[in-house]
Design a protein around this ligand. Structure first.
Ligand SMILES: *Cc1c(COP(=O)(O)O)cnc(C)c1O
Length: 336
């Protein structure tokens, strides 16, 4: 499949002849989840956004944001990131042949994401502060210098990410509810816009980690904390738009604990064969814990791939079984 700008150009702010920076993102699998469906008493599908080129939905927004930056003559792009935006920025900046700069909270980035950003040649700056502080800083830098800001405060990001809603609506036709993790709240904003353009109105259920749940509490969280590093955000930039989506659609916003997130993460891997990262599992943890308002047909967005964060995976599963390279020993181990 071609990239999403080419697929949906008539519904995106691009025209034929514009420079398009793409890795053929989008067109991700939407798989039915039989065991999860049985568990929650609804028909549930999983949108596997980890199947995007850099392993998260951020690629949808980044193809648009970087293409627009190149069209505007930008020589550099910058973002604050909990990891996946950094990985996507780095890849698309490399593809465009422009400079990429990312500011991340020191020590709070999953290993795979850091490896991606560095491999793609971005400048990675780690601050002794959280994501919210990093976003304040890059907003100021972008205002003072000719560097394009490509966080989801940039509307091109939302435009690109809304295409995931198109894909779900095209595949399922009818949809009663969407479950989605919420961090900076750009993605839920994007889905609601995408559905709205099609006249589809699923109930929108946003889920935040309990230690980073400003929308649930109704106030910013100064020191957000959760194992789900991609949604460790205390002051979402798209706060009002996210609340609008959930209110207007008769959905809601709820918190899930790290324990609930890790349980859903393990359930998806073992029972559905789907390995997502912890933040992604918040959507399923939320569906299991809070339901989706009695919805019959539900889509859960699994925002990023499990391989992004091997440390969390390995810390929560049993170890390998050491064995001598002998048939008898192997048989004893596997046959008991
Ligand atoms: C960015 C991200 C989120 C949160 O998306 P927002 O648009 O910030 O709400 C959730 N999960 C993963 C894996 C992410 O990378």
């Amino acid at each position: 499949m071609p990239g999403l700008i080419e697929r949906y150009m008539d519904r995106l702010p691009f025209s034929v002849g514009d420079p398009i920076i793409t890795l053929d993102e989008g067109s991700t699998p939407l798989v039915h989840a039989p065991r999860l469906s049985a568990r929650v008493g609804a028909e549930v599908w999983l949108k596997l956004e980890g199947a995007n080129p850099t392993g998260s939905f951020k690629d949808r927004g980044m193809t648009c944001a970087v293409s627009a930056a190149v069209r505007d003559g930008a020589q550099a792009v910058i973002c604050a990131s909990t990891g996946n935006t950094a990985a996507a920025l780095a890849a698309y900046a490399a593809r465009a042949g422009i400079r990429g700069v990312v500011i991340v909270p020191e020590g709070k980035i999953a290993m795979g994401k850091l490896a991606q950003a560095l491999m793609h040649g971005a400048q990675v700056v780690a601050i002794n502060g959280n994501f919210d502080r990093a976003l304040e800083l890059v907003r100021t830098v972008a205002a003072r210098h000719p560097i394009a800001l490509v966080n989801s405060v940039n509307d091109f990001r939302i435009e690109g990410q809304k295409t995931a809603a198109y894909e779900i609506a095209e595949a399922l036709g009818e949809l009663d509810a969407l479950c989605i993790p919420v961090g900076n709240a750009g993605n839920i904003t994007a889905y609601w816009r995408g559905f709205g353009e099609l006249g589809v109105r699923p109930r929108m259920f946003g889920f935040q980690a309990a230690g980073a749940a400003p929308l649930v509490r109704g106030a910013p969280v100064a020191a957000p904390e959760t194992i789900a590093s991609a949604i460790r955000i205390g002051k979402p930039a798209r706060w009002e738009q996210a609340m609008d989506a959930m209110t207007a659609s008769h959905g809601g916003v709820h918190a899930v604990s790290d324990e609930q997130i890790l349980a859903a993460y393990a359930f998806l891997a073992r029972e559905e064969g789907v390995f997502c990262e912890p933040a992604s599992a918040a959507s399923v943890a939320g569906l299991i814990a809070h339901g989706a308002g009695g919805a019959r047909r539900v889509a859960c967005v699994l925002t990023g791939h499990g391989l992004k964060d091997p440390d969390t995976a390995l810390a929560h599963v049993g170890g390998v079984i050491p064995c001598a390279p002998e048939l008898a020993m192997i048989e004893r181990v596997i046959l008991g």
